[in-house]
Design a protein around this ligand. Structure first.
Ligand code: MN
Length: 485
């Protein structure tokens, strides 16, 4: 699964580090009590603190701190019991304070790790450099009026966790796997809803390239604020190829910030290093250092749920699933719970196949999530039971499942109502066989003359005759008996 770019003179590998801004789930902002509901009327969720009124003082939101610690623990990261808030100074109309309160030298969370589950079933480890708390800025709206700009401060002061990875990823696929895994972890933890399309998870990608085999880190460019996993992967690939083209034509890369345009499928310059900000970071004099003890961290640790990696391990050992199947089933907490309801007391591999192949397929087609599934776990379980106790064949089960997806009915009811039960009565199967043999006496002769391959054809014909309902085992046995001279 290596991703290499073949140039004229060299083969290149890409080096990727990601910075994710994840919006913390909390009813209030980081330093004010203003609410944080998505989609509220512009400027309806703004306190004097968020509006940067002179003399207003920030008060730390304890829930936001707890959420950051939870996330750090979920990333198996070091929790720093002493951290410091710093002012990041810059001027912009949607930043009324004139600075963002962030963390700089002493973040709340230090080094951690994330395990990537690749689509071929293999795993890779990526290092987390840090996670720090900071405020979001407001939103400038430039496209509502020909000559005016509008400012919405609802987001001003909302809590963000900036999660910074090491430059450990080597392909767009790995970057995609990283974002999906991070999203899965914060959703399990309940610390961020992970909805990239609503802006509650935004990604900046740092991209550079180097000749394969080299260990240097060349100049990187940062692609800012990409808002879907697919776009991040596309932006990285495009940016890497741009670097290769420039190096191969004898040029050099300038460190700069770029934007990805998904319509054109290309990145373009936003600002170069000459315009890079000097943020004049310094510790915020309005806020004391954030200090807590081991007991506090332990008390949060005690409330952590089983996370995707541990659940995957357990699914592999308890249900004997492959790494791939287990990995797919644990991405969403709701899916893993659904699967366990289906698998309980049944063949766990059959349950995994039904969920992954049939149910996921049907949900994708309808564009709905598992929480809105028309097929309940209890009903999918019953369908598997109907197959294993020979009430219906696997083939009929697929038809029954289709009906379940459309009508949400109980499979037993569907089977009864439509008369789909397997035919297990010898007399009826024999009658169907005799009918087919009478209609195809030439084929019977051929079979008896040594053309064994025709058996499959006969099976198909008798199945057709019985509407697919003959018990396959009995049908085979009876057919062989009847056909033998
Ligand atoms: Mn930031």
């Amino acid at each position: 699964m290596t991703f290499l770019i073949k140039g004229e003179t060299e083969t290149w590998e890409v080096v990727i580090g990601l910075e994710v801004h994840a919006q913390v789930i909390s009813n209030a902002k980081l330093f004010s009590g203003a609410p944080t509901d998505f989609g509220a009327e512009p400027n309806s969720q703004v306190s004097f603190v968020d509006a940067g009124m002179p003399g207003m003082l920030p008060v730390i939101n304890e829930v936001a701190v707890e959420q950051a610690v939870r996330t750090g623990l979920g990333l198996k990261a070091q929790i720093n019991k002493r951290s410091v808030f710093a002012r990041k100074n810059y001027f912009y109309a949607d930043l009324p304070q004139g600075y963002q309160i962030s963390q700089f030298e002493l973040p709340i969370v230090g080094e951690g790790t994330i395990i990537l589950d690749m689509s071929d079933g293999t795993s890779r480890e990526v290092g987390i450099e840090r996670l720090h708390l900071e405020q979001d800025a407001g939103k400038s709206i430039h496209d509502l009026h020909p000559s005016k700009s509008f400012i919405d401060l609802n987001r001003s002061g909302v809590t963000l966790m900036e999660i910074v990875s090491n430059p450990d990823m080597r392909s767009p696929d790995e970057a995609g796997a990283y974002l999906r895994k991070l999203r899965s972890i914060v959703r399990y933890l309940g610390t961020c809803d992970g909805n990239m399309d609503e802006g509650s998870m935004r990604c900046d990608a740092n991209v550079s390239v180097r000749p394969v085999g080299s260990t240097e880190l060349r100049t990187r460019c940062e692609v800012k604020n990409v808002n879907s996993v697919r776009f991040v992967m596309q932006a990285i690939e495009h940016e890497a190829r741009r670097h290769v083209d420039i190096y191969e034509s004898g040029g050099d890369i300038q460190q700069e910030t770029r934007l990805y345009d998904p319509n054109k499928g290309e990145t373009r310059q936003m600002r170069s290093k000459e315009f890079a900000h000097d943020y004049r970071y310094f510790p915020d004099p309005d806020l004391l250092p954030l200090v807590f003890d081991d007991d506090y961290v332990e008390s949060i640790k005690a409330t952590l749920p089983e996370l995707p990696d541990e659940k995957k391990e357990r699914f592999m050992s308890d249900y004997d699933l492959t790494a791939y199947d287990a990995g797919v089933l644990v991405v969403e907490k709701e899916t893993s719970a659904y699967y366990e309801d289906v698998a309980k007391g049944r063949d766990p591999k059959a349950a995994a196949n039904w969920v992954i192949t049939n149910l996921f397929g049907a949900l994708n087609k309808k564009g709905i999530s598992i929480t809105d599934s028309p097929v309940s776990a209890a009903n999918l379980g019953k369908l598997i039971d109907l197959i294993s106790d020979d009430t219906i064949s696997g083939r009929i089960a697929k038809d029954v499942f289709e009906v379940m997806v459309e009508e949400g009915e109980d499979p037993e009811f569907i089977v009864d109502e439509r008369g789909l039960k397997q035919i297990r009565d010898t007399g009826s199967i024999e009658a169907a066989i005799e009918q087919v043999m009478a209609d195809n006496s030439d084929k019977v002769e051929e079979y008896r003359g040594g053309k064994d391959k025709l058996l499959g054809w006969f099976v198909g014909q008798v199945m057709k005759q019985t509407g697919g309902k003959a018990n396959p085992g009995m049908l085979n046995e009876l057919l062989r008996k009847k056909l033998s001279p």
